[in-house]
Write a new protein. Structure first.
Length: 586
């Protein structure tokens, strides 16, 4: 195999590369063909004064050499044959002597500065995206919806001691939880009400047998609202049970409520697997701020009332009220939660590598299409035209055919082979990524579904990444591809709810809901932790839409650019497509 260099020499350069023995043989032939005559003084002076005389002499020598080869019956170097000339130079193409190969461009040129300045702007944008996405998320906590279910009620007087029942209106004129919520969460002037977006919830059977229905109906209502949290309808549920006030009254020994000394407990229901970082903020608000503050306000008010303290057990001042966290999607290891995000990043990088590799390394039909002598199906190749005069000037025509014809079916088949190999590589990569979880977790990693589901989902997602990068490469070109694919990667990193939910980012980053990373991260968290399970079909649908749109688009762009490469180059006045690849000729 002989490689075709990026820049082929012209006829003059190739003739000058002949050995001194060939030059000596040529001189002998010329002497025998034409008798020597002494040049005149005028001829010598004209020859020395004429510009380009040496070049004209080389051209005349080359013309005589071609005639000698024709008489000897051997093919000329510019024609394929079996003679010794072909062994020395297996590929010969009539090309203009280019100052610069068409792929490589001058360093001091406008395209270089445009590309360099564009790269600086893109890298500068990275800072805006990363820093801007996570700049002071506490100012956007009101975008997080928190559901509040208040089922608390004052126990009926019939359930209390007859001597304690008359004291009930003065001790608890309203349900304890309702009074605390009215003073904080539902009070528009309080700071707590402005921290999150609070949403009041109710049960279908409210008011029938209790504020939330019977005990069984209340439990069913709580289960339904908790499932809404796991499915992503709200970020959390703050629940006060119907016996919250009754538990508080159990600290009055004369109340008659048994058992005594029940601690009033609220429930905070959340699903950490949905977004670990976001729930860190929510936990700080609910567990470290709201509920401790409510407990302090209650115990402080009781401690300042001697009449109530004469009836209440003083131990309650130390215990107060508490909150119980209920995690519906626990994360045993933060690394696995981070894997739902980093898997998308690595699959994107893998797809970029596959696309660039497919661009760099060509199959036979692709290589043949880069040769201007190749005939494409449905196209006629005219032989190279001779110069209009003997001076070597005039326009160069299309080069003569090399006897190779490429059909659309051949090109399509090779592109299909490349797509299958790329898909296989991404499948192997996805298997290796899941193996990392198994190795780090020691077989105890979390799988709400199973590893096979994760491999299938990640593999299907990688198809979209390959098609998107292929379109990007063939639209903006190889020299700008790295900057633009990195920009698209950073944009998706900051808008995919991978590090922090988009609800805590600037509204610009809601753009992530239209990009594939958002659905990839959400899909992996469903597979690992079971969050937003009801929306898993949307993730599959989005990637299907990307595949349906970008797969034929990428195929059309790649095949069109390959099919029209020589003609596009000739229109630009080049006459040849010189790519940074090695093209082999047998």
């Amino acid at each position: 195999m002989t490689s075709l260099p990026n820049r082929l020499s012209s006829r003059d350069t190739l003739e000058s590369m002949k050995s001194p023995q060939q030059e000596a043989g040529r001189g002998a032939n010329m002497s025998s063909a034409q008798p020597a005559s002494a040049p005149s003084t005028d001829a010598v002076s004209q020859q020395s004064a004429a510009p380009g005389a040496a070049q004209m002499a080389v051209i005349s020598v080359a013309m005589v050499d071609v005639e000698d080869q024709k008489k000897a019956g051997s093919p000329t170097p510019s024609q394929p044959g079996d003679g010794p000339g072909d062994d020395a130079l297996p590929y010969r193409c009539e090309l203009p002597d280019l100052e610069e190969p068409p792929y490589f461009q001058p360093y001091w040129s406008p395209p270089f500065f445009v590309t360099a300045i564009g790269a600086l702007i893109v890298i500068w944008a990275f800072c805006w995206l990363y820093v801007g996405a996570f700049w002071n998320p506490t100012t956007r906590l009101t975008n997080l919806h928190m559901t509040v279910l208040d089922c608390d009620m004052v126990p009926p007087a019939s359930s209390l001691n007859a001597t304690f029942a008359p004291l009930l209106p003065s001790l608890v004129p309203a349900p304890l939880a309702s009074g605390m919520l009215a003073a904080t969460v539902w009070n528009q002037s309080s700071l707590v009400s402005k921290t999150l977006h609070w949403k009041r919830a109710s049960c279908p059977r409210a008011g029938k047998g209790g504020r939330c229905g019977s005990v069984a109906e209340e439990a069913a209502c709580v289960a339904a609202l908790s499932d809404d949290v796991r499915q992503g309808e709200s970020w959390g549920l703050l629940y006060f049970s119907s016996n919250f006030t009754g538990s508080y009254l159990s600290w009055y020994p004369r109340s008659g409520i048994t058992p005594l000394y029940q601690q009033p407990v609220a429930q905070y229901v959340y699903a950490r697997g949905r977004d670990y970082s976001t729930y860190t903020y929510l936990g700080a608000i609910i567990l470290s701020n709201l509920m401790p503050g409510l407990s302090r306000s209650v115990t402080t008010a009781l401690a300042s009332n001697p009449q109530i303290m004469s009836l209440l057990s003083p131990v309650f001042l130390a215990t107060g009220i508490s909150v119980q966290g209920v995690d519906l999607a626990p994360v045993r290891n933060f690394g696995q939660h981070f894997a739902s995000y980093i898997f998308c990043v690595l699959m994107w990088l893998g797809s970029s590598f596959v696309v660039v590799s497919s661009y760099q390394f060509k199959l036979p039909a692709e290589s043949a299409l880069l040769d201007p002598r190749t005939k494409r199906q449905g196209q006629s190749i005219s032989p190279a035209a001779k110069p209009s005069d003997g001076s070597g000037g005039g326009e160069s025509a299309a080069p003569a055919s090399n006897g190779i014809t490429v059909r659309w079916s051949e090109l399509a088949w090779e592109l299909l082979i490349k797509a299958l190999i790329a898909s296989l590589l991404m499948f192997v990569l996805m298997v290796l990524l899941c193996a990392v979880l198994w190795a780090l977790g020691g077989g105890n990693e979390q799988w709400y579904y199973n590893p096979g589901y994760a491999i299938a989902f990640g593999w299907y997602m990688s198809w979209s990444f390959i098609y998107i990068n292929a379109v990007l490469l063939h639209v903006i070109g190889i020299e700008r591809f790295s900057s633009m694919t990195a920009l698209l990667l950073i944009l998706q990193l900051t808008s995919a709810s991978g590090i922090l939910s988009v609800e805590l980012s600037n509204r610009f980053f809601y753009i992530g809901k239209g990009l594939p990373f958002f659905y990839g991260v959400r899909g992996f968290r469903t597979i690992f932790f079971g969050t937003m399970e009801d929306k898993m079909w949307i993730n599959w649908l989005v990637f299907t839409a990307y595949n349906v749109v970008f797969a034929p688009l990428s195929l059309a762009l790649v095949s069109h650019r390959l099919w029209t490469a020589p003609s596009r180059a000739r229109k630009a006045g080049v006459g040849e497509v010189a790519m940074p690849i090695v093209i082999g000729f047998a």
